[in-house]
Write a new protein. Sequence first.
Length: 255
Amino acid sequence: MRMKFINLFTKKVSTLSCYYVYLLLFVLFSIQPLNAQQKEISFERVSIEQGLSQSTVHSIIQDKAGFIWVATEDGLNRYDGHSFIIYRNERDNKTSISNNQVRTLLQDKNGTIWAGTGNGLSALNLIYDYKNKIYKEGFYNFFNIPNDTSSLCDNNIRCLYEDKYGVVWIGTTSGLNKSVTNSKNNNDENYLTKIKFTQSLFNNNFNELISKEFISSITEDGNGNLWFGTMGKGVIVYNRKTGTVKNYKREEDNT
């Protein structure tokens, strides 16, 4: 009698288990098409036919207002989702972008759009037109000035980065700069006119290591260390807390 009860109980449990397995499989297969539909990604091509100035793109950012900025070999593009506004150099206009070959982009904490070009650094902001007494969109342009250490070390800009202190770092094909401003007010509308650059960065060890190097990328880690990617000299890391510099290269280059 006891064995009969156990066999009957086991049979019911097995039947119940199979029921739950079937129910689970039904739910999983019912949900799968819904998940697949949710994960479906569509792409839209935006190119010269849609108004892009040139098909070789070096850098893309989205600003705080939602505009997409595209750096190309022939101009800076601003895209609103429907159409483009193109910024190109105008020979007789000092407030136009410094060069049409735009390599790298950055929006800083003040909202300024920075464009590193093949011939100078441009910062897009509102500029006062004294003749018409109105503010209009225009560029402040910065260049290398021979024998002036407060200017850019080179005009060929390759990368831009803003650190947690609001300092803009500029990587060029021949060295590194950082921005220095005399304005203590971040909301100062004229702060761009007060910006200078320095080539003397941290200490002699760092300056000697990075001087004249092709700087290809810049970033900052969670500890505040600055990382600089170079063309041919590996990665250079500066530790702000200790003042030490490390240079990471391939093992063959270290020997």
